[in-house]
Ligand binder design. Sequence first.
Ligand code: KG4
Ligand code: ZN
Length: 337
Amino acid sequence: MKDVVILAIESSCDETSMALVKNGKDVISLVVNTQMFTHAEFGGVVPEIASRMHTESILYVLDETLKKANMKMEDVDAIAVSALPGLMGSLLVGIEFAKTLAYVYKKPLIAVNHLIGHIYANNIESKLEFPELALVVSGGHTELLIMHDDYKFEKLGGTLDDAIGEAYDKVARVLGLKYPGGPAIEKLAKEGEHTYNLAKPMDDRTYNFSYSGLKSNVINIVHNEAQRGNEIRKADLARSFQDVAIDELLRKVKLAIEQTGIKRVIVAGGVSANQYLKEEMEKLVNSYGGVVHIPRLVYCTDNAAMIGAAAYPKFIKQEFADFSLNAKSSFDFKNVN
Ligand code: KG4
Ligand code: ZN
């Protein structure tokens, strides 16, 4: 079969990213323009600023992506874009841009789910072999799924309140660390000991998660100690929080391995950048003789290469979007298939 080159566009949050991906696996070029340093000034992503910054940079990102690959729009077989979930204004910038390119250059348009993109990031450097368990851990989502085949998901459970990444970001903020909180907590936790006794989030045998109690537990400790004039051992608190937060993921994956017998585990989404999670997940899954997929760092956090990887099965099935494609801010795996 002829090679398929997809131009993929990602603008769902605070990264403007484009990639040229061949046959869903070979990343010919990838450009990620992050707005992180701007949003850090505000302690989190400001949606209005994010969409404006996507508008400012999107054409430069395209130019750079094509230049890096030494390719032209004419060499591209399809345009893929993150269409959901994410920040409405941010998604719309990418979608309108993708539609315009598809119209002008007469290329098919492929709508990609950002979270499914995170999952397919694992198909770039390793190969998914179904069935797999998939743990999606990002700023807005914490989900445990069975992936039976390309685009065939069965949701086992998800968070009942906050996502794990959100808990990392909020705990980081109360500890006075810079946005994004995940990497900051992970770094600080390395210097600390698990000395704070934090409540286990969901001490049950369901596949659901809950992170708001753990988050509030940390916030209350910080406030109470401040009121008493006591100093907080920030590194110890970061370590205690991380241990409990990650342990919860491990416990649910262990349960899923035992109950489903599936020993191949995909970890996807921004929190998969966490080294402690990677090490502990590998220990757990290896103890069952299984395999863990976690992408290389650049493919863990938001990037367009993963969108190109997830677009490929849709290209093969000729599942194209039309020009009425619109953005959607939310998504639940319960509703796919
Ligand atoms: O997937 P992502 O880049 O954006 C969304 O789609 O949400 O995930 C961002 C989330 C943030 O909450 C960030 O704090 C978290 O991923 N994150 C981490 C780490 N790196 C990013 N959490 C824990 N440890 C990390 N090293
Ligand atoms: Zn993401």
